[in-house]
Design a protein around this ligand. Structure first.
Ligand SMILES: [Zn+2]
Length: 427
């Protein structure tokens, strides 16, 4: 491999993934527009035409913002790499009279800052324009800025020690640094799985135990049958920021939790609460979080091994716009390789996203089947219909767009499978 050829693969992959993203967005808009005027038969009795129109308009509006952001991100990526952005950051930090480790921290902070400068206006627009236009936003500028500040503090408190450890291993631990880095990274992932539900999420939202009510006794029986402690059942004040409703399962061991958004809970009858709960319990009983963490470990190890090989080759830096003449001794500035790798990798892996999405959708089918066996398929369908309507989720996504992006099966497929008796998806 030489630098020019590597630049060639990068430009081709960059253009191809950009074209693919734009093509998928156009397909989604075209498909949703074509189906805007009639509610699909399966939902004809449960979703009013006005709600179907709203879902179509909301989906299309989101796609339009997404297209602009995709284009801006693609330009920033070229600017940071071939455009010389990273080379400039390297030169600017190399002259500072501080430990090389901290030069790399500053360089990566520069990359993160560039990402934030580009990403924050989009985040602001989504919350205060797009979500607001469709009646979903309940956040205020003060809350949004507060979240941002909390995120920044968390990033420094949790991310900086991790980054320092990885950079230190890269520069000082020898040829097998990537194995040690993997151990650190994987340990960090496990720690986050415990810290997220117990410490981090409560910084942003209030979590209260599910209140006693009509459904309580049945829910306790269901939880007992499935070996899940009632203490792990929470209601979150999602209405603080948005009208969107949801429920999720997270964590493992004693930190495991099932969380209902208050926005969802207020709309469901006891049967439906039990069915959604059974779906989330399905994720727990079928060990979906553990399976995910194992897969993410496998991929992390493979990517770290790849990075360990790339860092030793001049063409990797040169080919992505960082002249090797700027680099001091090999691996004296591992942050450069780390930044290039994190920037360039998605361009090559985007084409694989249907695999990850498919894996996630399989888990959703399995959890649905579990809910159908342990609660009621009919109640789960009616809960899902409420969820689709309240969230203005499109019932008619483009199948190819859905295959690429959707972590949950399209509404019609999901409901059809539940109506058929909750038979598990073919692998
Ligand atoms: Zn699920």
């Amino acid at each position: 491999m030489n630098a020019a050829i590597f630049t060639g693969t990068f430009v081709v992959a960059w253009a191809a993934s950009l074209a693919l993203r734009l093509w998928l967005a156009r397909r989604q808009v075209a498909h949703v527009t074509a189906h805007r005027d009639s509610v699909p038969t399966a939902f004809a009795g449960s979703i009013p035409l006005a709600a179907h129109h709203k879902a179509a308009d909301y989906t299309i509006a989101k796609q339009h913002v997404g297209v602009v952001e995709t284009l801006v991100d693609a330009l920033v990526l070229i600017g940071m790499t071939l455009g010389g952005g990273l080379a400039w950051l390297l030169e600017a930090t190399e002259s500072l009279a501080i430990d090389p480790l901290w030069r790399d921290v500053l360089l990566l902070a520069g990359v993160a800052l560039a990402g934030a400068v580009v990403g924050l206006p989009f985040s602001w627009y989504r919350t205060f324009r797009l979500e607001a236009r469709f009646g979903f936003n309940r956040s205020t500028l003060a809350l949004w800025l507060g979240d941002l500040a909390k995120g920044l503090v968390l990033g420094v408190v949790l991310g900086l020690p991790l980054l320092l450890a990885i950079l230190w291993l890269m520069s000082r631990a020898g040829a097998l640094w990537w194995l040690y880095a993997f151990a650190v990274w994987f340990g960090f992932q496990l720690l986050m799985l415990v810290l997220y539900p117990t410490v981090i999420a409560p910084l942003f939202n209030k979590f209260t135990p599910l209140p006693a009510g009509a459904a309580r006794e049945r829910i306790e029986r269901l939880l007992g049958r499935c070996g899940f402690a009632v203490a792990g059942l929470f209601v979150m004040d999602g209405s603080k920021r948005s009208g969107h409703g949801n429920a999720y399962f997270t964590g493992f061991g004693r930190a495991r939790r099932i969380v209902f958004f208050d926005t969802l809970l207020s709309r469901l009858v006891p049967d439906e609460i039990e069915a959604i709960l059974a779906h989330e319990l399905g994720h727990y009983k079928l060990r979906h979080v553990v399976k995910r963490i194992v897969w993410s470990g496998v991929f992390s190890l493979a990517f770290l091994a790849l990075l360990a090989w790339l860092v030793t080759n001049d063409w990797f830096y040169q080919g992505l716009g960082v002249p090797v003449a700027l680099l001091p001794a090999a691996m004296a500035r591992p942050g450069v390789a780390l930044a290039l790798f994190m920037l360039a990798l998605p361009v090559y892996t985007f084409v694989l996203s249907p695999l990850a999405a498919r894996y996630s959708r399989r888990h959703e089918f399995e959890a649905d089947a579990f809910a159908a066996r342990n609660a009621s398929a009919t109640a789960l369908v009616s809960a899902l219909v409420k969820l689709y309507e309240d969230n203005a989720s499109t019932l008619t996504p483009d199948p190819v767009h859905s295959a690429f992006y959707d972590s949950h099966p399209p509404a019609a497929v999901r409901v059809a499978r539940l109506v058929d008796g909750g038979t598990p998806a073919p692998a």
